[in-house]
Design a protein around this ligand. Structure first.
Ligand code: C2E
Ligand code: CA
Ligand code: CA
Ligand code: CA
Length: 288
């Protein structure tokens, strides 16, 4: 409201009555879009419109699959397949990310048990956890229950956390992270290097894995600075006993560049885009 008032004041003073109308209209249609999306997301859970895609995480040395990342997709009844960026922010604002996140968690555990029972030997599934999920009371218990429901060992699950999780650092968040660690699930710091205080979080929380953001992988071959940064990240990971995983490995040059620096694991289009479950299963089956 304050913003709108200021805009109105500004437009009046400059004699820009029409612009104000346009501005006001944009605000309206934006919040209407958000409301509509929120309604649709609520229905999407009931109508089973979500789906997980899986991107292999591989050993850069030989391409062996060492795990996978579950990435959320939404089959919108009219607009078709929707990427997470188009709806996760709205899901977070409306808190719907909590039930959606629980669905992701259960689905990931379900596939882990299905693949294990089929003898496909997948060892690990990573999933992305939103900051909003940490503010739900007893998130660690939700995770423990999902694991137990599908009889999946905690070491099979990796929770990827971005730095924005720590924007609202609190004692509760701290306790939840420690409880998850004690539970035995792996904790991964996603998009490492893109935030302001990455090093402090590494120092304060028990991360098992660091994901080197795609922006560094992409620039690795172009400039010496990026090479230095990736090198430093690898050193830090090593010192902390955390596994480093490079995101966005798109070609052979990136693969060998990363290998030369001592990075052992990666993900990216060079190996595979995120796959529908049938295709990912085929990939697992093929390597047996
Ligand atoms: P992220 O966790 O950093 O996931 C990696 C993103 O990079 C994915 O986009 C993936 O498809 C894409 N990617 C993988 N390999 C390459 C590559 O070689 N080159 C390029 N250019 N991109 C690559 P996607 O699936 O659109 O997901 C975007 C973001 O949405 C994710 O970023 C994650 O932050 C969020 N997200 C996805 N699924 C979930 C979920 O279940 N819950 C929550 N809270 N967030 C999710
Ligand atoms: Ca991720
Ligand atoms: Ca990432
Ligand atoms: Ca990212």
């Amino acid at each position: 409201v304050r913003e709108a008032e200021l805009a109105l004041f500004y437009c009046r003073r400059r004699g820009l009555g029409d612009n104000w109308a346009a501005y006001n209209h944009t605000l309206d249609s934006e919040s209407q879009d958000r409301l509509r999306l929120t309604r649709e997301l609520r229905l999407a859970l009931d109508n089973d419109e979500f789906e997980l895609h899986f991107q292999p995480k591989v050993s850069l040395a030989n391409g062996a699959i060492i795990g996978c990342e579950a990435l959320l997709r939404w089959h919108h009844p009219e607009r078709g397949l929707q990427p997470p960026a188009s709806f996760i922010p709205v899901a977070e604002k409306s808190q719907l990310i909590r039930p959606i996140g629980r669905w992701v968690l259960n689905e990931a555990c379900r596939y882990l048990s299905v693949w294990r029972d089929a003898g496909l030997g997948i060892v690990n599934v990573s999933l992305n956890v939103s900051m909003v999920q940490f503010t739900e009371s007893n998130f660690s218990r939700t995770v423990a229950e999902a694991l137990a429901a599908h009889d999946v060992p905690p070491q099979s699950l990796t929770l990827e956390i971005t730095e924005s999780v720590f924007d609202q650092e609190s004692e509760q968040l701290r306790e939840e992270i420690i409880r998850l660690h004690e539970l035995g699930v792996n904790l991964s710091l996603d998009d490492f290097g893109t935030g302001y205080s990455s090093l402090r979080y590494l120092q304060q929380y028990p991360f098992d894995e660091i994901k080197i953001d795609q922006s560094f992988t992409r620039k690795l071959l172009d400039d010496a600075y990026s090479e230095c940064i990736v090198n430093a990240i690898l050193d830090i990971a090593k010192a902390l006993g955390a596994e480093a995983v490079a995101e966005g490995v798109e070609n052979e040059q990136m693969r060998s560049g990363l290998m030369a620096l001592g990075c052992r694991n990666g993900q990216g289009y060079y190996y595979s885009v995120p796959l529908e479950v049938e295709d990912f299963r085929w990939l697992l089956d093929k390597r047996r």
